[in-house]
Every structure is written in structure tokens, then in C-alpha cells.
Design a binder for this molecule. Structure first.
Ligand SMILES: [Zn+2]
Length: 425
């Protein structure tokens, strides 16, 4: 990220020399927009942060009035804080951002007059406010377009991984691998040649999972597979044309393929001897699954010395293995605990609630074959239905189903977090 800022700032200065200064403002917004672009999404809070930081640097360099730079930093920081902590909807963030910018422009010219540096020029003021608007509107439209096109990132959690496991079990157990084709081999994290040499000719004997890790077992070897953000398995006839992002192709003996597709390429596969699984570092460090042998004492011991938020602690796979963003929001709502509470404020009784609700929710979601939200489509012909039971997650600005208060969305530990401010303490 720092490299991006340096490069873009350098570019901005070159551009500044080449063109009329008044053009720099829109370019500068566009730059913040580009910087906050993430794969398939634009992080609005990052956009604001870059805007403030770049604006601050810009003012220090181009204007010699440091009070103006400080003003930008002050107003800009207020805006970032507003959007990070008080925000609840995209459109409100958008409106407030424009209001903050207008406020900045007005104060900026006011300071100019006070210092006797410039004549107050309503035309210039109007022009810079107008420069802000189209860029924000473009940003808004681009981000809407991306959201509607790609939907949210789908990150499989324990119920979804169990669903993939069960579907794969039915479809590949008993099938022998005839050939393996790498179209992008970065997914394979163990020796890539050995992966092929050992697996070709082997037969799938079982499919299992531990937390979010899938175990594809073949005789005495196991492929450890983690889907991360968007990894999916497909069963397709070998004759079917390859799609973009189908990275690993297993040709099976019945004329079908097991294909691993991963748009973001974050997923990973390791080949290990089945007897060595528990000594693999990634597996050895994992905690207990939410609906297996979890106790309130176990949770309490893991979190009571921590000053991290309970949301981050429950997402930590070394404590509880299998929760992700959706189910942590739901578990905390059901347990009446605010996601921003720190680990060291959670009582043993609350740990009991987390245990009971965590187990209940994960069991129910597993029965429902997981949650299918927005554009995520299931790959193996099964579609989860737990979205019907979501109480807070994805329900920002809708009435809480328990008390009627509006459900809020915020960010905790960098993750979109939904909660009811009245039901959760
Ligand atoms: Zn409520």
C-alpha cells in the first residue's frame, strides 16, 4: 500500500506540473478512488482515508499555509471517523462526505480571507465544490455497479465447507484420478511435481473436513484444501470447455472432471500423508469446532486476558475453528453481546451463551446447507437456505426482529459487522 501511495503521489505531482492546477482536485479524488479499489469492490473507508492523507500532503506542498493543511486533516479525519463509526448506510456516507467537503471548502476560503491572502471569490468556491460532486457520483456509480455485478465476497464458513464436503463425498468417492492439469499452479503449496506423480492413479476414498479445511482422502494420502475467499469445486464432463479461473483440473476415470475454480486465487492445496495431517502446522494450531466439545471454561481461558474485540477473537481460528464473519455476527446477536466488547470484559456466563448459541447456530446452518447470499452461487448443485434465519447479518437499516430498533453496520477488526444497539450490550 505504501508503494501505491508513493507512486501515485509522484504521478500526481507530475500531472500537477503539466496541467492547470484546478484540474488536480478531481484527479486527486480519482486517485483516492483507484487506491481504494480492491478486487471487485471499493473500500469506502479506505477511499476516505486516502483522500484525507493525499489532501493533507497536497496542501502542504502546493499551499504554504500550514493551517489549511491542518484544517484538511481535521475535517477529513472527522469525516473518516464518522464513516467508520457512526455510518450505517452507503448513501448516508456519501451525503456526509459531500457535506464534509463543502464544509472544508467554505472554511478554507474563510481562512484565506482572514489571513488576507486572497480575495473571496464565490466563483472559485463554487467551482471547487462542483469539482467534488461529479467525482463522488462517478465513485458511487462504479461502486454500485461492482456490487451488483459481483455481489459480496463469499467466504465459506464451517456449515458451507461441510456442505461442500458432503456433496463431494457423493460425487467423487470411488473415482480414480487419470490425469491432473494445472492451469494456474499457485494454488498447490506442496511440491507441484510430487502432487501429480503421487496422485495420478489414486482413488478418492473419503472426503472430510476440520473447520474450514477440506480433506480429500486418496488411499494413504490426503489433499488438504482451503477455499479461502471464493474457492469452489465443480464436477463437469471432461469434454466441457475450461472456464476462466478453473485452475486445477482432475480428470476422473468416469469421463468427468473435478475442477477447482478460484477467481481470487487465494485458495490453497497441500498434499500430505494421511497419517501426518495432525502434525501439519496449519491444522495443529486450530481450535475446537463450535458444535464439538466446546466449554465455557475453554472460551473464557482463551479470551479473558485479551484486549482484542470479541468479534476478532471469535474469528480467530486458533480459538474456535470454523466461525466466519456471518456466523460470528449471528452468534453475538443471539448472545446479546456487542461485537466491539473486549475479550477481558466478557464474563463466564457470556462465554456459556456464546457456546450454546454458537453450537445451535452452526448446527442449524449445517442442516440448512449453509447460507447463500446475493450473487454467490453454489457449485455442486446444492444451495444453502440459512439466509432465511439471519437475524442481523446483511440487515443494516432494517428493524431488529426482536426489539424493532434499526440494525446497524460498522467495521470491527476491518470486517463489516452487523448488530442491534439495543439487544446487544
Ligand atoms: Zn434488537
Amino acid at each position: 500500500m505504501i508503494i501505491y501511495i508513493v507512486i501515485s503521489f509522484f504521478l500526481e505531482n507530475i500531472v500537477g506540473l503539466l496541467i492547470n492546477k484546478s484540474m488536480i482536485i478531481p484527479l486527486f479524488f480519482l486517485l483516492a478512488l483507484l487506491l481504494s479499489y480492491q478486487v471487485k469492490n471499493i473500500a469506502y473507508d479506505k477511499y476516505l482515508l486516502y483522500m484525507v492523507l493525499l489532501g493533507f500532503l497536497y496542501d502542504i506542498i502546493y499551499t504554504n499555509i500550514y493551517i489549511n493543511s491542518l484544517l484538511f486533516l481535521g475535517i477529513g479525519s472527522l469525516n473518516v471517523l464518522y464513516n467508520k463509526y457512526i455510518n450505517n448506510s452507503f448513501i448516508m456516507n456519501f451525503i456526509f462526505t459531500i457535506l464534509f467537503l463543502i464544509m472544508y471548502e467554505v472554511l478554507y476560503y474563510f481562512i484565506y480571507i482572514m489571513l488576507g491572502l486572497n480575495n473571496f471569490n464565490l466563483f472559485v468556491l463554487g467551482k471547487s465544490i462542483l469539482a467534488i460532486l461529479p467525482i463522488n457520483i462517478i465513485y458511487y456509480l462504479i461502486s454500485k455497479l461492482y456490487l451488483s455485478k459481483y455481489g459480496r465476497w463469499f467466504m465459506p464458513e464451517l456449515p458451507e465447507v461441510r456442505t461442500v464436503k458432503n456433496a463431494l463425498k457423493k460425487q467423487i468417492v470411488g473415482r480414480t484420478i487419470k490425469n491432473i492439469l494445472y492451469r494456474y499452479d499457485g494454488i498447490i503449496r506442496s511440491d507441484k511435481n510430487e502432487f501429480k506423480d503421487i496422485l495420478i492413479g489414486k482413488t478418492f476414498t473419503d472426503v472430510d473436513n476440520f473447520g474450514k479445511w477440506l480433506y480429500l482422502k486418496l488411499d494413504d494420502y490426503t489433499i488438504l484444501s482451503h477455499l479461502r475467499m471464493e474457492g469452489k469445486y465443480y464436477i463437469k464432463p471432461s469434454t466441457e470447455e475450461y472456464e476462466k479461473h478453473e485452475h486445477i483440473i482432475f480428470n476422473l476415470d468416469d469421463g468427468s472432471d473435478l475442477r477447482y475454480k478460484d477467481v481470487r486465487k487465494f485458495g490453497i492445496m497441500y498434499l500430505v500423508k494421511t497419517k501426518d495431517i495432525s502434525s501439519v502446522n496449519e491444522i495443529a494450531k486450530l481450535g475446537i469446532e463450535p458444535d464439538k466439545d466446546l466449554t465455557k471454561e475453554y472460551i473464557y481461558n482463551k479470551i479473558h486476558n485479551s484486549n482484542k474485540t470479541i468479534k476478532e477473537l471469535l474469528l480467530d481460528q486458533t480459538i474456535i475453528n470454523g466461525f466466519g464473519n456471518i456466523y460470528v455476527d449471528e452468534v453475538l446477536f443471539a448472545s446479546h453481546i456487542l461485537p466491539t466488547r473486549l475479550g477481558n470484559t466478557i464474563t463466564i456466563d457470556e462465554c456459556e451463551r456464546i457456546k450454546v448459541e454458537g453450537s445451535r447456530i452452526i448446527k442449524k446452518a449445517t442442516e440448512c446447507l449453509g447460507t447463500t447470499i446475493r450473487s454467490y452461487t453454489s457449485s455442486l448443485g446444492v444451495e444453502g437456505t440459512y439466509q432465511k434465519y439471519l437475524k442481523v447479518h446483511t440487515r443494516a437499516n432494517q428493524k431488529c426482529l426482536t426489539c424493532g430498533e434499526l440494525v446497524l453496520k460498522t467495521r470491527v477488526g476491518g470486517r463489516g459487522t452487523y448488530f442491534c444497539p439495543k439487544c446487544q450490550k
